[in-house]
Write a protein that binds this ligand. Structure first.
Ligand SMILES: NC(=O)c1ccc[n+]([C@@H]2O[C@H](COP(=O)([O-])OP(=O)(O)OC[C@H]3O[C@@H](n4cnc5c(N)ncnc54)[C@H](OP(=O)(O)O)[C@@H]3O)[C@@H](O)[C@H]2O)c1
Length: 255
């Protein structure tokens, strides 16, 4: 793959972009405020990166990472993403995103909402279940004994295969759970979610709770120290996904 489009160039978007550039892929980044606000991000990524609008990033990308807040999914450019493999990193946190009954009730999943909006795109949920700081910490070359795996889900088998090929180049094995309706298996607070990649999962959860408590109290959130990370093999991830129990919003510790 020659070019990766990135819509949403914050923590996750730039972490994936950095791995893509290291793997020889060109990257076109975008955000909501315009390419002129991404000058320092692009400079930090090097010559294989440039900034553009979301429409331009979508058109330029052979695959496109969507790493925006859930509240922004309806502004994703439908026409420009038609036919593309869209790697959807979006998670739902009601504290941050507001309550959505269809998600609170488990009637659908965040990625199915994204797919319903992106008519004609081939959405693959990916990179949503790993903390941004664990992406560079755990990426490894093919065959490394401590290579970690990420889950993927999508309604189009060929798109899942293309996403797996890209993610493999970026440094992770994949475990394919099938259609988007199964993507709840790696949504927040399932066993396969972010603390599964942590050296100290309990500390990570405490840190998130602190952020939520701070936001609820109207304080500036105190960000936890980054965890060093701990490899999660494809075999172990497969067990976690197979044994997953659906966590509805109301049942979550950090909702
Ligand atoms: N951070 C993590 O560890 C992590 C891990 C897994 C999944 N996720 C999920 O991934 C998504 C992104 O998380 P993040 O932590 O990377 O967020 P972030 O650091 O806040 O970055 C969000 C990015 O989205 C852009 N954006 C917002 N609205 C947009 C729009 N309408 N069109 C285009 N770009 C828009 C923002 O641009 P502006 O700044 O210009 O508004 C910013 O570049 C979220 O759904 C999150 O739940 C995050």
């Amino acid at each position: 793959m020659a070019t990766l489009g990135v819509i949403g160039s914050g923590s996750i978007g730039t972490a994936v972009a950095r791995l893509a550039i290291a793997a020889g892929v060109e990257v076109v980044l975008s955000n909501s405020r315009g390419p002129q606000t991404l000058t320092s991000t692009v400079a930090g990524l090097g010559e294989a990166a440039r900034a553009a609008t979301p429409q331009e990033a979508a058109r330029a990308g052979d695959q496109v990472v969507v790493a925006v807040p859930l509240t922004a999914y309806r502004s994703l450019p439908v026409a420009a993403l038609r036919g593309k493999v869209v790697l959807d990193t979006i998670n739902y946190y009601a504290t941050r995103d507001g309550h959505l009954e269809d998600l609170d009730s488990g009637r659908t999943t965040t990625s199915e909402l994204v797919q319903a909006h992106l008519v004609g795109a081939r959405t693959v949920k990916a990179f949503n279940n790993i903390a941004a700081f664990h992406i560079p910490a755990l990426a490894r070359p093919v065959g490394a004994p401590d290579r970690s795996a990420l889950p993927i889900a999508g309604n189009d088998a060929a798109a899942r295969a293309q996403a797996a090929e890209l993610i493999g180049r970026l440094g992770f094995d994949t475990v394919d759970v099938g259609p988007l309706s199964q993507s709840w298996r790696f949504e927040p607070e399932t066993a396969a979610y972010a603390p599964a990649y942590a050296a100290d999962p309990a500390a990570v959860l405490r840190g998130w709770q602190q952020v939520v408590d701070d936001l609820r109290a109207g304080r500036a959130p105190r960000l936890p120290a980054p965890d060093a990370g701990s490899p999660l093999s494809a075999a172990r991830l497969g067990e976690l996904l197979a044994g997953a129990e659906r966590e509805l919003t109301a049942d979550r510790v950090v909702a």
